[in-house]
Design a protein around this ligand. Structure first.
Ligand SMILES: Cc1ncc(C[n+]2csc(CCOP(=O)(O)OP(=O)(O)O)c2C)c(N)n1
Ligand SMILES: [Mg+2]
Length: 277
């Protein structure tokens, strides 16, 4: 894996995520920004896809079960050439193809519709099973939020994935320790979520979700594991790379014009610094 290139891509994804949500002025900045490193590894290094043919039959699938992070997917797809990046700056405006939550009928690159928490992983498991039935080699990558994991159907999906030996499925849990109303530990404590998933029979790894090298290695380990689905728990910082959100635990953001300008300028600077390094 080209670590320098991947870090640069992650910085570009963060910048375009901010520009996309910034064009509207408010939205799910924190839960989008913390996935930029994962998206850079997946779309820059790991996944097989064709931006000119998003429904290519042999593609790998990506399911953003925490669908409110749609903007980080739109930024990634725009950068990778699914559509001109500027199109995503119509986020959530009338007649847009970029709703705040991902919709497979509206946006090229979105494989399954999500937004109602718990739904995405259930359909991702179905996709992984379907791919097996069709005898294909494609893989399914699905991102679940740690708050989302309060939903019972997340655990039903894991149960099914284990029982059907879906080793073409990798589930990422974005463990940023916050959900809509506050800290996950205060709302409905999971305890050690990695151990919990392990108890369902999956092959589980827990890593720094902002370390692109570690993410890549964990995905390679997951791919090498035969007969069981995998889960990678990503330790992340909600809002990573957004000056007004990082470290606040906030779920959505409506910063002032000045705060937007400051955040985008800081993100541009971070991107340029990596580009010139
Ligand atoms: C079934 C369902 N219930 C409630 C919501 C409203 N909602 C949207 S995001 C969210 C919190 C999700 O927390 P988490 O999964 O930890 O997301 P992240 O921290 O990654 O943003 C809630 C309750 C929803 N989208 N779907
Ligand atoms: Mg969370």
């Amino acid at each position: 894996m080209d670590e320098k290139k991947t870090k640069l891509l992650a910085a570009q994804i963060r910048l375009e995520t901010l520009r996309t949500i910034g064009a509207l002025g408010f939205g799910h900045v924190p839960g989008s920004m913390d996935l930029a490193d994962l998206m850079a590894v997946l779309y820059g290094e790991v996944m097989h896809y064709d931006p000119k043919n998003p429904r290519w039959e042999d593609r790998d699938w990506f399911v953003l079960s925490k669908g409110h992070a749609g903007p980080v997917a739109y930024a990634t797809f725009g950068i990778m050439g699914f559509y001109p990046m500027e199109e995503a700056y119509t986020l959530n405006k009338p007649h847009t193809h970029f709703p705040s939550h991902t919709d497979r009928l509206l946006t090229p690159g979105v494989d399954l519709t999500t937004g109602s928490l718990g739904l995405g992983i259930s359909t991702a498991v179905g996709a992984a099973k379907g791919i097996k039935i069709d005898g294909k080699d494609s893989r399914v990558y699905c991102v679940v939020g740690d708050g989302e994991a309060d939903e019972g159907q997340v655990w039903e999906a894991l149960h099914f994935a284990y029982a059907h030996k879906l080793d073409n499925l990798t589930v990422f849990i974005d463990k940023n320790n916050y959900q809509l109303d506050g800290a996950t530990a205060d709302i409905l404590d999971h305890g050690d979520i990695a151990k919990k998933v392990e108890g369902f029979g999956l092959y589980v790894q827990e890593i720094d979700g902002h370390d692109v090298g570690a993410i890549y290695q964990a995905i390679m380990n997951a791919q090498a594991k035969k007969g069981v689905p995998s889960c990678i728990v990503l330790d992340t910082i909600k809002g990573k790379g957004a000056t007004f959100a990082e470290g606040t635990g906030a779920h959505s953001s409506q910063p002032s014009k000045e705060q937007w300008a400051e955040a985008i300028a800081a993100s541009e600077k971070a991107y340029e610094a990596l580009k010139n390094a």
